[in-house]
Unconditional design. Structure first.
Length: 417
């Protein structure tokens, strides 16, 4: 996904990059120009060309313990002045959990919440953190995310506990927020420490002058520090702990946090096809008749077969199975592979993250393009993933059952005299 989206973005195809990263676009530039004018449409076009949808997906808010995208969340990427008194928001978000189709994202544009545009989440706004989605500014991550602790710990540090808060950056980040909200260089900003805990920062000229803990609803109207500025990013913590190497990161993230490491995808070669999985990587090994037998393919697009048994032997053993005899371990493994989802952890993982096309391609690589899966858990999982995608598409178009509007009954015609 990252490689394909990067190649398309580098070629100037922002819509193709979004499609490659499973990001749906709910608006057209022509309609934007007609509604809000050429100036706004031009700014939006520039932002879409800079958008790295795969980088946005990398940094999008997630939930534990599986790390899936947070459902029902709309994040502001940019705000545009439209001369109407209300800013126009470029939003990226996820559908509600009831219509979630894997891990797809959607881009919206609007100046007020409605059926075609959700309300932005103030906690997860990214318009002040463009380096988390703008490829041209991704290098700012090193400065914004790598916290340098102050020479002396602040007197309120004991309120933070043991979590990895980026408190050394809070003064500068709070100043950015206050200026964006039109409140000058001094004011109060809330930091969300948990579901009911808040820290009230008193900020002046980019420095925190005081802080005290308050209740969650004690300060209405006080802006909340965006979640992206509250904690040290997990990528930074994993790199520091030696649990992750730069090559395991998104290329733009790695280029920012480890600039001395080469990253070919940062400036990709846009010529030639995207490399595919090598044919020899699909061989499975089974304990059969006192030896380790192979299950694989005799040609690139062929089905999965038992490579260490002759066709006559397989036909004979298949007949014995029909008569009630026990199958060879290789035959049993082939049948189990056709039915069981547990036999294909990679397919399960692809479906879990919403990559239905990738899961289908993987199954096709294993069993061949003409093979029809028998009834079983694997086939059921693929079919259910397809149905979830259909429900998601119906929701996007306003045709899901929950969005249908009841029409008034047609007036009755009086019978002719």
């Amino acid at each position: 996904m990252i490689e394909t989206a990067t190649r398309r973005r580098a070629a100037g195809d922002w819509a193709g990059a979004c499609a490659a990263a499973d990001v749906d676009v709910s608006f057209g530039l022509r309609a934007v120009r007609h509604r809000w004018g050429e100036a706004l449409a031009s700014r939006l076009r520039d932002d879409l060309r800079s958008l790295a949808p795969d980088l946005l997906r990398w940094h999008f808010p997630r939930t534990g313990p599986d790390g899936l995208l947070r459902s029902g969340t709309a994040v502001t990427l940019a705000r545009y002045a439209a001369g109407t008194g209300r800013p126009v928001h470029l939003l990226a978000g996820t559908p509600p959990a009831s219509v979630r189709a894997g891990q797809r994202l959607t881009l919206w544009l609007g100046d007020r919440p409605g059926p075609d545009c959700p309300a932005p989440d103030r906690r997860f706004r990214l318009d002040l953190h463009r380096h988390l989605w703008d490829a041209g500014r991704s290098g700012e991550l090193r400065e914004r995310a790598v916290m340098r602790p102050p020479a002396e710990p602040p007197p309120w540090q004991h309120l933070l506990g043991s979590e990895s808060y980026a408190y050394g950056r809070w003064g500068a980040e709070a100043a950015l927020l206050l200026r964006a909200e039109g409140r000058g260089d001094a004011g109060r900003v809330l930091v969300r420490l948990g579901r009911s805990r808040r820290l009230l920062l008193h900020v002046r000229d980019g420095s925190v002058t005081a802080a005290n803990e308050v209740r969650a609803r004690a300060c209405p109207g006080v802006p909340t520090l965006p979640d992206a500025a509250v904690r040290v990013p997990p990528d930074v913590e994993l790199l520091r702990a030696g649990l992750l190497t730069p090559d395991a990161l998104h290329p733009l993230v790695a280029a920012a946090l480890a600039p001395d490491t080469p990253h070919p995808l940062v400036t990709p070669d846009t010529s030639g096809p995207v490399p595919r999985r090598p044919p020899g990587s699909d061989v499975l090994r089974i304990a059969c008749q006192g030896a380790r037998h192979r299950l694989g393919r005799t040609r690139v697009d062929g089905p999965l077969v038992a490579l260490d048994h002759t066709q006559e032997e397989l036909e004979r053993e298949g007949l014995l199975v029909l008569l009630g005899g026990p199958p060879l371990p290789c035959l049993a493994a082939l049948r189990e592979a056709e039915r069981s989802l547990d036999a294909h952890p990679e397919v399960r993982e692809l479906l879990r993250y919403g990559d239905v096309a990738g899961a289908t391609e993987r199954v096709t690589q294993l069993f061949g393009p003409r093979h029809e899966l028998p009834e079983g858990e694997l086939r059921t999982a693929l079919e259910e993933a397809g149905r979830r995608r259909l429900r998601h598409d119906l929701h996007r178009t306003g045709l899901s059952p929950a969005q249908r509007v009841a029409l008034p009954p047609a007036p009755r015609r009086r019978p002719a005299p």
